[in-house]
Design a protein. Structure first.
Length: 190
């Protein structure tokens, strides 16, 4: 579910029925794609994998013994197709988790690029936090304005100066005050 709905964006922009839902939905989706990676989540990213016909192992670049546990159900994605899906962990070590697979393909140890995702049950639902929803709407409006302006730049109301940095790293920085309690410290590296 999008953090900002098409109806909310349509109302905030005051565009009525001038634009189709699909056009506005693409902006809402882009806002989610920009914002959600910064929000605290219960995901880890595997850097490599290997499998036999019945067993898979995912490798991480950090210790996962305190993150995952045997018997936990996780959702694996962005790996080889036979490794993806809802999986129950059968073994955990310093930097690996393992689980059973059926009808798998034998793959030796190999890197996963871009990294695979291992998601446990979420404890924070961003769509229920008003500050995150407001930040999403603000980002969606900024994306919309950048799309509609002839130079792809925004113009401030007080100085009428074009800003070439509309879609730069300052996009999330503009709403960081709203997001501060919900930011994932892992997203702040770099």
């Amino acid at each position: 579910m999008a953090l900002t709905t098409v109806a909310e964006l349509r109302t905030a922009l005051g565009v009525g029925s001038l634009y189709t839902d699909a056009v506005l939905q693409s902006v809402c989706d882009a806002s989610d794609n920009v914002l959600l990676p910064f929000i605290w989540n219960n995901k880890s990213f595997n850097i490599a994998s290997e499998s036999t016909t019945t067993f898979a192992t995912l490798y991480f670049d950090h210790n996962v013994e305190d993150v995952f546990y045997v018997g936990q159900t996780v959702v694996v994605s962005n790996n080889a197709a036979h490794l993806n899906g809802s999986k129950t962990i059968t073994a955990v070590s310093d930097k690996t988790i393992s689980y059973t697979i059926s009808h798998g393909t034998v793959f030796p140890y190999h890197p996963v690029n871009p990294y695979g995702t291992v998601a446990a049950t979420e404890t924070l639902d961003p769509s229920t936090v008003p500050a995150i929803q407001e930040a999403s709407l603000m980002i969606a409006i900024t994306i919309w304005q950048a799309r509609q302006s002839p130079t792809g730049q925004s113009v401030t109301i007080d100085g009428f100066q074009p800003s070439p940095f509309t879609m730069s790293s300052t996009l999330v920085a503009r709403v960081r005050g709203l997001l501060a309690p919900y930011l994932d410290p892992r997203s702040q590296i770099g």
